[in-house]
Design a protein around this ligand. Structure first.
Ligand code: NAI
Length: 357
């Protein structure tokens, strides 16, 4: 990403975190805090260069703004990205240094888990900042958000199936799951319980072995999974899986999965729509994780709160699918309009309040 491109984006702030003592190199992007302080996980990943990491932080944080808006949660969009291999380059020193950068933002950003991070890592980050969520212990601790994410993806998949196939029943449907990590494996378990047929791929052989043994999954190569002969494609690995080539070759009729930024470019949504593929916008169907961590940040005591938020998120998704079908639009187009109108209304309200003071 070049400086000209950055200048055209509408992020409120982007921080480059460089700590020579620990070797930490990271970005924190705060996209939009109209609805509340920035909330979003921290990803640790091996990027080829800083531009790639920056681009990821900026895209992911914008997705968080949309996700919080549609989930009616009082948060803005933000995200952290640590450069490096989480299996070999993660150190407590780097995590603590990251925590100090989070703390320096004074609450504009609250961090949590994303790919390559665990509740244990968050406990180390929490040694330096209180603006951290997804912890395993503490009165409001929400722990690993993945089970809630998988649950919401699964229920959205049933709603999408009801629209596309005329029944929400996933029994006998063939679902291609890409990525058998925290969310992908939990989703696979849920789908198998409903007797769906699972095709699966992961770059980690331990994960594919487990999916084959425990859930009878048919294992395909990572190259084959997106265009496999399936009814539903569930991307649960990293972003950018749907480029123009994959979109043209896709055989599934529904795309519904947890991965953030599934589309390599926004216009892919139109290409999928033109081919009659129901693409379920990622930031709508993967909002379960945000709901889970929000319960911790908002210090919710009520055990029914998460179920209530999940039900509300499903109502929004149902409404979105209906509007998309009625108006003959791609669901992503409808989602973008809904987000824009929520943000515009919030801006109008704060302008009114400011005028009254
Ligand atoms: P994870 O790190 O536990 O799992 C990702 C899995 O994808 C790993 O098993 C990895 O080996 C596999 N993978 C990586 N590249 C692959 C490839 N080319 N082909 C096949 N498999 C590949 O991550 P997690 O937590 O399960 O998240 C999955 C996705 O969902 C990520 O994009 C994440 O940002 C998104 N997400 C996760 C949420 C959560 O609650 N964990 C919430 C919202 C979004």
């Amino acid at each position: 990403m070049h400086i000209e491109e950055i200048a055209t984006r509408t992020h409120e702030q982007v921080l480059f975190c460089d700590d020579p003592d620990s070797g930490l190199k990271a970005f924190i992007a705060v996209h939009d805090t109209t609805l509340g302080p920035g909330l979003g996980g921290c990803r640790m990943w091996h990027y080829d260069n800083a531009q790639q990491a920056l681009a990821d932080a900026m895209r992911l944080s914008a997705g968080m703004t949309a996700k919080a808006a549609l989930a009616s949660l009082p948060f803005g969009g933000a995200k952290g990205v640590i450069m490096g291999d989480s299996r070999t380059e993660k150190t407590p020193q780097k995590l603590r240094a990251f925590g100090r950068f989070v703390e320096a933002l004074n609450g504009a950003y609250t961090t949590g888990e994303d790919v390559g991070m665990s509740p244990r890592d968050m406990a180390v980050v929490a040694e330096e900042t209180t603006h951290v969520t997804g912890l395993d212990s503490g009165r409001y601790a929400s722990g690993d958000p993945s089970p809630v994410t998988a649950e919401v993806v699964y229920r959205c998949m049933k709603l999408a199936a009801a629209q596309r196939f005329g029944t929400p029943d996933l029994g006998g449907r063939r679902v291609a799951v890409q990525g058998l990590g925290h969310v992908g494996m939990a989703l696979t378990a849920r789908l198998r319980a409903e007797k769906a047929e699972i095709l699966a791929a992961d770059v980690n052989p331990a994960a594919t072995d487990r999916a084959a043994t425990e859930f009878g999954a048919t294992i395909l190569s990572p190259e084959e999974i997106a265009t496999a002969d399936a009814d539903i494609f569930a991307p649960c690995a990293l972003g950018g899986v749907l480029d123009s080539e994959t979109a043209a070759a896709l055989r599934a009729r529904i795309v519904c999965g947890a991965a953030n930024n599934q589309l390599a470019a926004p216009q892919i949504a139109e290409a999928l729509f033109a081919r009659g593929v129901l693409y379920c916008p990622d930031y709508v169907v993967n909002s379960g994780g945000l709901i889970s961590v929000a319960s911790e940040v908002l210090r919710i005591d009520d055990e029914t709160w998460i179920d209530g938020r999940i039900a509300a998120a499903l109502d929004v998704f149902r409404d979105l699918l209906t509007r998309a079908a009625t108006e003959h639009l791609a669901p992503l187009t409808v989602a973008e309009r809904m987000v824009a109108s929520i943000l515009a209304e919030a801006n109008r309200q704060s302008a009114r309040q400011a005028a009254e003071q």
